[in-house]
Design a protein around this ligand. Sequence first.
Ligand code: ZN
Length: 511
Amino acid sequence: MMKSSISSYKKLMEKAKNLFILESAAAIVHWDMETKMPPKAIRLRSLQLAMLSRIGHKMSTDPEIGKFLEEIMRHPEYDRLDTVQKRNVYLIKKNYDEQTKLPEELVAETAKQQAITVDTWKKAKAAKDFSMFKPELEKLVDLRKKAAEILMEVKKTATPYDALIDIFEPKMTAEAISRVFAELREGLISLIRKCKTAPKQPDTSFLKRRVPIDTQRRFAESLTEFIGYDIKSKEAGGRLDETEHPFTTGYYDDVRITTHYYEDKFDSFIFSTLHEGGHAIYEQNLNPEWIFQPVGTGCSSGFHESQSRFVENIIGRSREFWIYFLPKFKELTGGILSDVDLDRFVHSVNHVKPSKIRIEADEVTYCLHIIIRFNLERDLFADKITVTELPQIWNQSYKEYLGVSIENDSEGVMQDTHWASGLYGYFPSYALGNIYSGQILAKMKKDLPDWRRQLSKGNFHSIKQWLAKNVHSYGDLYNPADLIKKIVGEEINVKPYLNYLYEKCSKLYDF
Ligand code: ZN
């Protein structure tokens, strides 16, 4: 590599680093808004976030980035850049091209409309009135369609919707997703039927017993300790706080998670803490040499979900996990669960029951909620259906896929914040994450055949090491389709995930 190229690359990486630092500052301001901020601070906090976002947009569309990129790519020694350097250049170029092609007016108008649509969504949801929400949603969808058409040109995707999917799952297409989802849907529907008609059904009533919040907090701390997510020591790089909706923010040495405690729903904090903890350890195990570089981030939204769901479901809902933890949880909660044995506990936290609300769905029915949303988004952005038709198609799909009747649009099409927030193309990530997690489990079983025994003895360390080495440390070095191939040796495949669910449910339900 010749000197001029080195200097342009170095300058480019300096710009990337500054942007990462700015974005991490914005993340902390946002975290504060959700966790610790006194109510009166909302106006100032909003101004701070808007300003940071404006500065960030300016920095990422800085013409100097374009100049450095051109110098690097045109350089005769370009080919001698290593894989990591080339990937950094690719990722910066991708982001730069996309950001600079979107007219500033469209970006600003979309941001404004998003705020209005979220606000209207909250009111319409409370009033159970879709007609209130509809005009604002239509405006936002139109704005995102405009952006998707522009991004389609830049990203060279086949359809506008593919350009939106690419934001969250690079290079994934609606066509490929439709194919894997069709197989997933069929497998899940048949599994749900088997669970429903099985003779052995769980008595889940104990899940409503009241467990004091302080006790829940103490158990949440032992869960973070178990997965090696440090929130206590002097070297800690994590925090656990409380919010209405749990989330994870930050990366490397400052990764924070939140959970929510319900006195009469103690399973909620257990699985949300494990879920967010799974996101957190992914971020903490990224290659430390790559901090402030584009390769030093998670691979995609789908991959992120694969890691959170791995810890939440594959680990946290396994029998072995509870062989270790149930005696401890019983002791901590006094006599509250003294009559609940391991079988009943494990079956109850894996209870398969079709429901109306996605965030309350069990592991087996969850993906059907996602497939319904994906079909609607795909058809909406292909102009096959209109916003007006969404509630009716939604309700039909819930009847057909899950056998449940939606009584009003608040428990139907208006239940999630995603569409009100302008997040189209994001939903598939949740199900893709589940599919990846099944493939990753199948591979891990070969490398760590006694992982279940280790788990039952309270040892998560070797599983974590395996995930860090085989998944986390790759960061964003590859696109998701290449990363899954690199990890498991084959393309995205629904079967391992379905097999994992069948195996678990057949034991629990005895079929
Ligand atoms: Zn998640």
